[in-house]
Design a binder for this molecule. Structure first.
Ligand SMILES: [Zn+2]
Length: 497
């Protein structure tokens, strides 16, 4: 009777965990996309030697949002501009989100240094100040096709469209005129943010007609800007990230992170090189304008950056050592608990009673949907139904294994199935820096690799709690009202003829 009460209590705890963990997962997603991190140390880029660019009277910067290397190569006007100057590979750092990347470009501080890692949809308050490039150039002007919260975060003297919830009436039809006028005008620094390719990517993916149309249109806009600008303009034309095939970005993958940046115009040699870091490009823009970057900017002079290309290790932030140790300790504890729980079983049953459901769930998610990362839209969905459907084979394995092993003691069977996945989920949470969320602290749990998995393992843990509760309930009902085991399944008992 006592054991029945304990089992009922555990069923209650598991049912509660189903709701609580699912809710916590939604909080984690909100923290990833909305919270900022405390400013931290920037990357240490390899040292190189070489000259920087000299100042020029006009600097024109165009950012083609979301256009990866293959898309950029399909833009003839951009190609032509690159051919008459420097065609560079640009490593935009991590994460690959537009606002943080532009903050890095215009401040000379990498994403980890500004602490703005994702910050979706909202202007940065306050915007970049006097130490950033735009504020050092009187009359600097920025024109954006859409998403004005990005350009309004950069500290330009003049910024359009205004920061309203909706774009001004007719903006879509006249913004290119305004951009061309800004580029043609007397401002020493003019910046144009083209967003149509990124918008098409989010809506329809890279294989879509919308993507191809946006690519053609973006190149035509670039042609107009180049034709409108003063002849002595120095051009910086870059992208900020690529998209995955189905649309989406944010993760650390090189394919998303390495884009094209071309510099052309007076005082710029021809050639190719890179990858240079986003803050190297900041330095090149600042040097072109006679502006200065903060002393702790990692950015190097242009020729030094070309002489010493950056690699993943230089650019991607590492995990803090303490977190790694705690995460490993938890994993080992989970493994020990699992071994304890399965060791009482005879021979091969030890292996069969292991928590195979967890790797099966991960594998089926990767095969049926895709490998999760900060670039995959599925991880941000509040209910995560696409993911749940894709990893449900793992839940089926959990249900069957637990049903079969619970007969020889449900408590140990439960520990065998859940100890390692729970420890693993906590380990991922700790690796991401998300643990303080448990006691209500506001953090931004963004690190390479693990943050893409965090909403996944949390959803798996929540679903597994529900499945385990149901199986325990079913075995309780069977043992109370039914035979202790169906005929023919007991050892040494022949099946009924
Ligand atoms: Zn985007």
């Amino acid at each position: 009777m006592k054991r029945d009460a304990a089992r009922a209590a555990i069923v209650g705890v598991l049912a509660l965990a189903f709701y609580v963990v699912a809710d916590f997962r939604r909080e984690v997603i909100a923290a990833i996309v909305s919270n900022d991190a405390p400013p931290a140390a920037g990357p240490r880029l390899p040292a190189g030697t070489g000259a920087g660019l000299g100042p020029v009277p006009h600097v024109r910067v165009v950012l083609v949002d979301g256009a990866g290397l293959d898309t950029a190569a399909a833009m003839p006007v951009w190609n032509e501009l690159c051919a008459r100057g420097l065609e560079l590979r640009l490593d935009v750092g991590f994460p690959t989100v537009s606002l943080p990347i532009q903050l890095a470009l215009w401040s000379g501080h990498a994403q980890q240094q500004t602490g703005v890692l994702f910050h979706s949809g909202k202007v940065v308050k306050p915007p970049l100040g006097a130490a950033a490039i735009p504020a050092q150039v009187p009359g600097s002007i920025a024109i954006a096709e859409s998403h004005p919260y990005i350009v309004h975060s950069l500290g330009f003297a003049e910024t359009r469209p205004p920061l309203d919830k909706k774009l001004p009436e007719g903006w879509a039809g006249r913004w290119v005129d305004e951009a061309a006028a800004a580029v043609a005008g007397p401002a020493r620094l003019a910046f144009v943010h083209i967003l149509k390719i990124d918008t098409a990517g989010h809506k329809a993916g890279k294989a879509s007609a919308a993507w191809r149309t946006a690519t053609t249109d973006a190149d035509a806009i670039l042609a107009r800007l180049v034709a409108a600008a003063p002849a002595d303009s120095r051009w910086f034309v870059l992208s900020d990230h690529d998209h995955i095939a189905g649309g989406g970005h944010g993760g650390e993958a090189r394919a998303i992170r390495i884009v094209r940046a071309c510099i052309a115009g007076p005082g710029v040699r021809t050639g190719t090189g890179g990858p240079i870091h986003i803050t190297d490009l900041s330095r090149a823009i600042a040097d072109s304008l006679g502006a200065t970057l903060p002393a702790d900017s990692p950015g190097r002079s242009l020729e030094a950056a070309i002489a010493a290309p950056v690699d993943d290790d230089d650019v991607l932030p590492g995990l803090p050592g303490r977190r790694v140790v705690v995460a490993w300790a938890l994993l080992l504890a989970g493994l020990a608990a699992t071994l304890w729980a399965v060791w009482s079983r005879p021979g091969w049953q030890r292996l069969a009673a292991a928590p195979w459901w967890w790797p099966v769930a991960m594998l089926s998610l990767c095969l049926i949907e895709m490998v999760p990362s900060l670039s995959t839209p599925m991880i941000y969905k509040p209910k995560g139904l696409d993911m749940a459907q894709a990893f449900s084979p793992g839940l089926a394995v959990l249900a069957v294994t637990l049903m079969l092993t619970a007969r020889a003691g449900w408590a140990r069977a439960l520990v065998a199935q859940l100890a390692l996945p729970i420890a693993g989920t906590l380990a991922v949470l700790i690796a991401c820096g998300g643990l303080p969320m448990v006691w209500g602290e506001r953090v931004c749990p963004i690190v390479p690799l693990w943050s893409g998995w965090l909403p996944v393992v949390l959803l798996m843990a929540s679903s597994a709690a529900a499945v385990a509760a149901l199986v325990l309930l079913a075995t309780a009902v069977l043992s109370a009202f039914g035979p202790s085991a169906p005929p023919g399944t007991r050892r040494n008992e022949p099946a009924a003829p």
